[in-house]
Design a protein around this ligand. Structure first.
Ligand code: HEC
Length: 176
């Protein structure tokens, strides 16, 4: 075998492996789920598929109200004091309306407070179910509300806060 033949063999071998490598690359690109299914495939290749988010069901608080602890409600309601007052005759000015007599009262019913058009147009009363929905997710319950509060996810906590709000009155609304 002369050097020319050896060169041919080596050359053929190199060409063959180069071809194999590029074919492999091409086929990997072709079968890659990312290449043809886009974003969804990225999630699928990143491991087990994620569990679907639970449907947004609003748990009622009415069955919890009678046994809801007032002191817990009062503690939880401290986060509302950032923007609200609870007294019958508040002296402090806050960015939210006074909440005395809010349970069973009219929506946007605190005299002198400048509500958002969304709250004014929502109309109706603050019954237990309305308060439950509003406190769970203010923006979803009254679209366009000016209340920038993320909401309370736990029904027990909403029940405790509403039980406390109910006590802010000379004649609290009857329990459901
Ligand atoms: C970051 C400030 C802020 C926080 C915190 C906040 N609120 Fe509000 N809240 C507001 C504003 C502002 C409004 C008026 C909304 C509008 O006009 O759309 C409002 C309105 C309300 C109303 C309707 C009152 C009415 O007269 O119609 C209720 C009820 C209420 N808030 C309860 C609560 C409770 C309970 C908490 C605590 C768990 C809380 N808010 C936390 C700012 C806040």
């Amino acid at each position: 075998m002369n050097t020319f033949e050896i060169n041919k063999i080596v050359g053929a071998f190199l060409l063959a492996s180069l071809t194999a490598t590029s074919l492999g690359m091409i086929s990997r690109i072709l079968v890659s789920p990312k290449a043809f299914t886009g974003h969804g495939a990225v999630v699928a290749t990143a491991g087990a598929p994620k569990e679907a988010a639970p449907p947004a069901v609003l748990e009622p608080i009415t069955p919890l109200l009678a046994a809801a602890p007032l002191d817990t409600g009062e503690k939880l309601a401290k986060q509302c004091l950032q923007c609200h007052t609870f007294e019958k005759a508040p002296t402090k000015k806050t960015i939210g309306p006074n909440l005395w007599n809010v349970v069973g009262g009219k929506r946007a019913g605190s005299a002198g407070f400048k509500y958002s058009p969304a709250m004014v147009n929502a109309g109706g009363d603050w019954g237990y179910d309305e308060l439950n929905a509003f406190l769970a997710n203010p923006k979803a319950a009254v679209k366009g509300t000016a209340m920038t509060f993320a909401g309370m996810k736990k029904p027990e906590e909403r029940a405790a806060v509403v039980a406390f709000l109910r006590s802010l009155s000379d004649s609290p609304k009857p329990l459901p």
